[in-house]
Design a protein around this ligand. Structure first.
Ligand SMILES: Cc1cc2nc3c(=O)[nH]c(=O)nc-3n(C[C@H](O)[C@H](O)[C@H](O)COP(=O)(O)OP(=O)(O)OC[C@H]3O[C@@H](n4cnc5c(N)ncnc54)[C@H](O)[C@@H]3O)c2cc1C
Length: 258
């Protein structure tokens, strides 16, 4: 049984701009001279979206993309940030974490590892630091998790025998696993593919990267913010990381819920 103590966040996808079509649009509207100072699609696209609203390509104010999106955040015109989208894979997280994550509905898309299809007899488990750092509590946790996994294996075997008359092997396994999983703990490791836009990601960070949030989701939110600050600083540079009393990281901004 593998015990995991840290989540991993992979940024696996980002947008690109079709330069030819963008140039064509600008030329067709007599603003072919317009340029911006970012080559990052996730920063450029919301600027174009915002400028389109007032057709303000002809005489941009100084400061480039950073100043433009900074103003958008200050005045709370966050809808243009919905045009920036990233794709993440998050692994080494518990089912408790994903249960909290999927409560974020607006602007998020999810695909999560299926416990009906995937065999959990070899699953890893995610242990909170406050338990893992304490040998006595760790022993209690470990034995409970092992017991659950052993019960899961016995249930899968028993259910497969019970459903022996189901000819389709895949269906039989699914029927066994979907019932046996009821015994697995929240600590069971899972993997989730997450697509989200910048406005939703900002809301997620504000709710989850602070001292009120549970520690696992806080850590994921902090890792995502670290990635996004490098990926699209014009959108995420207003967040400052802060060290929280328990040694974890939070983040704050003056531009909340844009
Ligand atoms: C510290 C903390 C503790 C929590 N504790 C609990 C708990 O004990 N029990 C529990 O059930 N949940 C709990 N939650 C989850 C919380 O209630 C939200 O479900 C979660 O944070 C997602 O927030 P959201 O709805 O704003 O996000 P999203 O679903 O992403 O929505 C974003 C925004 O879109 C708007 N919106 C979305 N859907 C609608 C809608 N249907 N109608 C109108 N406006 C909409 C709202 O402005 C919303 O803020 C907790 C969250 C935190 C951060």
């Amino acid at each position: 049984m593998n015990v995991i103590r840290r989540p991993t966040v992979y940024l696996v996808g980002r947008q690109s701009v079709d330069e030819g079509q963008m140039k064509q649009f600008l030329e067709d509207h007599d603003v072919g001279q317009w340029t911006t100072d970012t080559s990052i699609a996730g920063e450029m696209l919301p600027e174009v979206a915002g400028r389109l609203c007032y057709m303000s390509f002809a005489k941009p104010r100084p400061g480039g993309n950073g100043a433009y999106l900074g103003h958008i955040k200050e005045v709370g015109h966050g809808s243009v940030l919905e045009h920036s989208v990233w794709n993440f894979i998050i692994t080494g997280v518990s089912r408790s974490f994903t249960h909290e994550l999927v409560r974020h509905r607006a602007g998020f898309g999810y695909s999560q590892l299926s416990q009906r299809y995937v065999d959990e007899s070899v699953a890893d488990f995610v242990e909170p630091d406050c338990i893992g750092d304490d040998p006595e509590l760790h022993a209690v946790w470990e034995s409970a998790v092992k017991e659950s996994q052993e019960a899961y294996c016995k249930l899968v075997a028993g259910l497969q025998a019970k459903f022996a008359d189901v000819e389709d092997k895949t269906l039989r396994r699914k029927m066994a696993r979907q019932a046996a999983r009821s015994i697995l703990p929240n600590a069971t490791e899972t993997k989730i593919f997450v697509t989200a836009n910048a406005r939703s990601l900002r809301h997620f960070i504000e709710l989850r990267c602070n001292e009120h949030a549970e520690t696992e989701i806080r850590e994921v939110a902090a890792q995502m913010l670290g990635i996004l600050k490098k990926e699209a600083s014009s959108i995420f540079n207003d967040y400052e990381f802060v060290d929280l009393p328990d040694g974890t990281r939070g983040a704050s901004t003056k531009n909340t819920k844009v």
